[in-house]
Design a protein around this ligand. Structure first.
Ligand SMILES: Cc1ncc(COP(=O)(O)OP(=O)(O)O)c(N)n1
Ligand SMILES: Cc1ncsc1CCOP(=O)(O)O
Ligand SMILES: [Mg+2]
Length: 219
C-alpha cells in the first residue's frame, strides 16, 4: 500500500448518521461519488463484530482501490489487514502503533492543539488531522475548534499533509483547502446526505477546484 494516500475526500463512517440506510450501501455510493479513503470508526461494537465489519469493508473497498483505515484499534487493523490506522491523542502512541503495524501502513494522527502539531514533527505520519476544524454535533468531546486562522498556523508549522475534520460541508470545504488543507474528512455531509454519491461528487469537485485555484485563477 502507498503510505502517501490520496487525502482529497476522506469518509469517516458513522452508522448512526446513515439514517437507517444500509451501511455498506452508503459507503459504496460515497466511493462511487469520489471518496478517496475510508475510515471505519466504531465506538460501541464488540471486537469480533468490529473485525467482521472491517473485513467486509476491506473486500468492498479493494475492488475500488480505496484504502481502509481503522479508527483507534491497531489490533483490528491487523486482524482485518486494513491499510492503516487513525490514532488520536488518547489512543495508542505513534511509535507503538508504528512498531506493531510495521512498514507500509498508513498512520494518521489527530492534532487538537498547537503542541500536538509541534510534537508530530518527530514522526513519519501519512497525515495530520486538524481536529476539529469547526464545531460539530457529530463529536462533542473535543478541544476548541481550530478555525481557519488555526489551520493557517498548522500549515506553516507542519511538514505533514493536513486533513481537516469537523463541520465540513460544501459551503466551507473550499476555504479549508485554500487555507492549507490537503484534503477534507467528513461524516455527516456524506453519511446523512439524501444521496451519498452526489454529496461525495460535489465535495470532491470543490476540493479539486480549490487545489487548482491558485494555478488557474488568471487563466
Ligand atoms: C481523520 C480523523 N481526524 C480526527 C479524528 C478524531 O480522532 P480522535 O481524536 O481519536 O477521536 P475519535 O474519532 O477516536 O473519537 C478521526 N477519527 N479521524
Ligand atoms: C470524528 C471526528 N473527529 C473530529 S470531529 C469528528 C466528527 C466530524 O463529523 P462531521 O463531518 O459530521 O462534522
Ligand atoms: Mg481515537
Amino acid at each position: 500500500m502507498n503510505i502517501n494516500p490520496n487525502l482529497e475526500l476522506y469518509l469517516v463512517t458513522d452508522e448512526a448518521a446513515c439514517l437507517g440506510r444500509d451501511f455498506f450501501w452508503v459507503v459504496e455510493e460515497a466511493v462511487k461519488g469520489g471518496v478517496t479513503m475510508v475510515q471505519l470508526r466504531e465506538k460501541s461494537l464488540s471486537t469480533r463484530t468490529f473485525i467482521d465489519r472491517a473485513r467486509r469493508l476491506k473486500s468492498l473497498l479493494e475492488t475500488y482501490n480505496v484504502p481502509l483505515i481503522i479508527n483507534d484499534r491497531v489490533d483490528v487493523a491487523l486482524a482485518a489487514d486494513a491499510d492503516g490506522v487513525h490514532i488520536g491523542q488518547s489512543d495508542m502512541p505513534f511509535q507503538m502503533a508504528h512498531r506493531l503495524l510495521g512498514e507500509g501502513k498508513i498512520i494518521g494522527l489527530s492534532a487538537e492543539k498547537q503542541s500536538d502539531v509541534l510534537e508530530a514533527e518527530h514522526w513519519n505520519l501519512s497525515y495530520l488531522a486538524v481536529s476539529p476544524l469547526f464545531n460539530t454535533p457529530t463529536k462533542t468531546d473535543t478541544e476548541k475548534p481550530w478555525e481557519l486562522d488555526g489551520l493557517q498556523w498548522a500549515r506553516q508549522q507542519s511538514r505533514h499533509p493536513l486533513v481537516v475534520i469537523g463541520g465540513l460541508h460544501p459551503g466551507n470545504a473550499g476555504e479549508a483547502v485554500l487555507n492549507g488543507a490537503t484534503g477534507i474528512a467528513v461524516v455527516s455531509a456524506i453519511c446523512s446526505a439524501p444521496s451519498p454519491r452526489e454529496a461525495a461528487r460535489e465535495l470532491k469537485t470543490i476540493v479539486q477546484e480549490s487545489i487548482l485555484w491558485p494555478a488557474t485563477k488568471n487563466s
